[in-house]
Write a new protein. Structure first.
Length: 283
């Protein structure tokens, strides 16, 4: 071994020992520092884990509460739907029964109107028969009146002939001329009075028949017009009431449809909100 290398080996040994010591001290220092750092880290990790578990528990509880609320809302919606359906069905049944009653009442009223029309037709038939009887009586009375007038005229003709004969007699008997003239004048006056009376009676009968016919015609026209007006008003009233019931039914259906639409939109919004809440990231 070279003598010159002996100091170098000693120095290397010292350096090696020094390095080992420094390494040991560094290792101990690192271990101590790791121990000092590890305890807070584990404590911090425990705190973070506890906080995270607490937040998870709260989130689970909140989600369960939300799910329970959604289930309750779905049940409430189902109950509300059943209630609304039952209410609508009951309301429709009531409306159908009401419409059926109104239809039955309208049919009964129409039957009564038809019966009334038949009664009026029977009355018109009786009036027509009465008018025909009056016309027949008039046809019977007119020849009698014409015969009476002809008899009066014949009486006047006979009186004229008698007057001529009396004139001839008066020519031969001047003393009886005045008496004959008085007799002729009296007969002419009586015939004139009787003819005037008959003509007056004929005029009165014609006036009465004409007045009676006009009254019957007026009453029939007024009755027919009143009946027509009543029927038209009643039919319009029935049509208006039917239209009002149909409008009311359509409004009820439209309102129920809008309520159901709003309800389903609310349910969808709540469901979407619940899903969004579930999907929220955890801090």
């Amino acid at each position: 071994m070279d003598v010159r290398l002996i100091p170098l080996h000693g120095r290397l040994d010292r350096v090696e020992v020094s390095l080992h010591e420094r390494l040991d001290r560094a290792e101990v220092s690192l271990l101590e520092r790791l121990d000092d750092v590890e305890a807070p880290l584990y404590g911090r990790l425990d705190q973070i884990e506890g906080s995270f578990r607490e937040r998870l528990d709260r989130v689970d509880i909140s989600l369960l509460e939300r799910l329970n609320q959604v289930d309750a809302l779905v049940g409430h919606v189902a109950n509300l739907e059943v209630s609304v359906r039952n209410h609508v069905e009951a309301r429709l049944a009531i409306l159908e029964a009401h419409v059926a009653d109104r239809n039955a009442s309208s049919e009964t009223r129409l039957h009564q109107i038809e019966t009334r029309l038949h009664h009026i037709e029977a009355q018109l038939h009786r009036v027509s028969t009465t008018a025909n009887d009056l016309q027949a009586q008039w046809r019977v009375y007119v020849p009698s009146f014409v015969g009476a007038i002809a008899a009066v005229k014949r009486t006047g003709t006979d009186i004229g002939a008698l007057s001529s004969r009396l004139d001839a007699v008066s020519a031969s008997l001047p003393a009886e001329r005045n008496l004959t003239a008085e007799v002729v004048e009296a007969g002419t006056f009586a015939s004139t009075v009787e003819m005037a009376t008959l003509e007056e009676r004929v005029s009165m009968l014609e006036g009465r028949l004409s007045t009676h016919a006009e009254n019957l015609t007026s009453e029939l026209s007024a009755g027919a017009q009143e009946l027509n007006t009543t029927l038209s008003a009643r039919i319009r009233s029935v049509v208006d009431q039917t239209d009002a019931l149909e409008d009311q039914l359509m409004n009820v259906r439209h309102s129920l449809s809008n309520d159901m639409t709003d309800l389903w939109q609310f349910v969808r919004a709540q469901t979407a909100h619940g899903i969004a809440s579930k999907a929220e990231p955890v801090d």
